[in-house]
Design a protein around this ligand. Structure first.
Ligand SMILES: Cc1ncc(COP(=O)(O)O)c(C=O)c1O
Ligand SMILES: N[C@@H](CCCC[NH3+])C(=O)O
Length: 427
């Protein structure tokens, strides 16, 4: 069930009309549904049974959202010391936090070790030695998993495919055997297990099955080499539905529909394979938990029509949602009030000075006019976290809805914020 819905042709989130939020807090603005976050997390948790779910902060790291997830029993998957810092300050205990990433700074490794987080996921032979060295200097033992690159095509956009052999992530499986062996001999490292993450927005289960089978075979190979492990971190990547996210008679239906990965099917296919290893299982989903729990609300600034193209110019731009510019990603766009039966085709764009600043190209949408509120659906993941101040645009506010109530969970930036870290030289 989607917690964004139309009631008498007006869009609501849970018990709150979206128009009300836009009028009170202005646009553009991000709005999240607590009920949706909870529903998504519970669905995954029930499907994945006894596995540990470490929510990937990179998808959305607003502390109020993290607090909800930590209370529901999630841990945190992080990719920088900044994310570890946010996780620690949003309710996660150190022993629930893992730290991945190909380019950890020495200071970040130190920060992770000083805070005694659950694990560091090692991405190169060199990193293993550096982590051991830093742990030694701190008189600590680093718990580690080793990320292996299984060379599996995740069947997703190439820019978010991370498990093919030419990608920078993880270690080649053949080379990694020696890295595992080495890890068992180092003084300040405790080897926990293997980590894989083949990519993001994966909607078919096959690449995941292939990965699980790879891991099973790999663990047997490790055992033959005298290496025993206790943990498998399977990564994240579960894909969501972007097209026809919300369906209504007055909205055009996207014929070339898409689907999301069914978590029950995912679990039923993956768990029996991984459970054969007797290892503790960890998953790191981000998008699946938060994507459809968030929207961006904006306002139509101008409608510009010509014989060549129609443009709907809005106050939502690539600075609030970079996914269309980065990957030509599709997001459904709907009016807050369904007042028009007429459908037009237009490019929906923002004010930023880049031709790639579009939210949709040649998109069918009910006719809108200047001043109307519009919504970008499925924008809870990789929305605010990838926002920027490009063109000196202050970042928008974020609102969390819980039933009839709503809370400001991040203030809108001001012009003062744009200058706040700058220093005027005396020259
Ligand atoms: C190591 C790692 N874990 C988890 C994730 C979360 O991915 P997703 O949001 O697709 O579930 C990512 C991002 O792709 C990642 O790089
Ligand atoms: N930014 C990407 C996902 C990145 C995945 C992180 N490894 C997106 O919006 O789909």
């Amino acid at each position: 069930m989607l917690h964004f819905y139309y009631k008498s042709d007006e869009l609501y989130c849970e018990g709150v009309p979206i128009r009300k939020i836009a009028e009170e807090f202005g646009t553009p603005i991000y709005i999240y549904s607590k009920a949706q976050i909870t529903q998504n997390f519970e669905l995954l948790k029930n499907s994945l049974r006894n596995s540990k779910i470490l929510y990937a902060l990179k998808a959305n790291s607003n502390p109020s959202i993290l607090k909800i997830l930590s209370k529901l029993g999630a841990g945190a998957d992080t990719v920088s010391a900044g994310e570890i810092y946010i996780a620690l300050n949003s309710g996660f205990k150190p022993e629930e936090i893992s730290f991945a990433g190909v380019g950890k700074y020495d200071d970040e490794i130190k920060f992770a070790l000083e805070n005694d987080i659950f694990s560091l996921n090692i991405e190169s032979p060199q990193e293993l030695l550096i982590v051991n060295e830093i742990a030694k200097s701190l008189n600590k033992t680093a718990r580690i998993l080793i990320r292996v690159n299984p060379d599996i095509n995740a069947q997703t956009h190439p820019y978010i495919s991370t498990g093919i052999k030419t990608s920078k992530f993880g270690i080649d499986p053949n080379e990694a055997i020696d890295v595992f062996k080495k890890a068992t001999n180092l003084t300040n490292v405790e080897l926990l297990g293997i980590h894989t993450h083949i990519g993001s927005q994966i909607v078919s289960v096959e690449p995941f099955v292939e990965t699980a089978e790879f891991i099973l075979r790999y663990i047997e190979k490790l055992e033959k080499n005298g290496v025993k492990i206790s943990h498998i971190d399977f990564g994240g990547g579960l894909g969501v539905k972007y097209k026809n996210a919300i369906v209504n008679d007055k909205l055009p239906f996207e014929e070339n529909d898409d689907k999301e990965l069914n978590p029950e099917l995912f679990a039923n296919e993956i768990l029996p394979i991984l459970e054969k290893t007797g290892c503790e299982l960890i998953f790191e989903p981000g998008r699946f938990i938060i994507a459809n729990a968030g929207i961006i609300v904006g306002k139509v600034l101008y409608t510009k029509k010509s014989k060549v193209k129609n443009f709907i110019i809005t106050d939502i731009s690539m600075t609030e949602l970079i996914r269309p510019a980065l990957y030509k990603a599709y997001h459904q766009i709907v009016p807050v009030i369904l007042k028009s039966e007429e459908i037009e085709i237009a490019d929906i764009v923002g004010p930023v000075c880049e031709t790639s600043d579009f939210i949709a190209i040649d998109r069918k949408i009910p006719s809108v006019s200047r001043g109307d509120y519009i919504v970008v659906m499925t924008a809870g993941a990789y929305g605010f976290v990838s926002s920027s101040n490009y063109n000196a645009r202050p970042r928008p506010a974020e609102i969390l809805i819980d039933g009839e109530n709503y809370y400001l969970i991040r203030e809108r930036e001001t012009f003062e914020d744009l200058l706040s870290k700058t220093l005027m030289t005396k020259i």
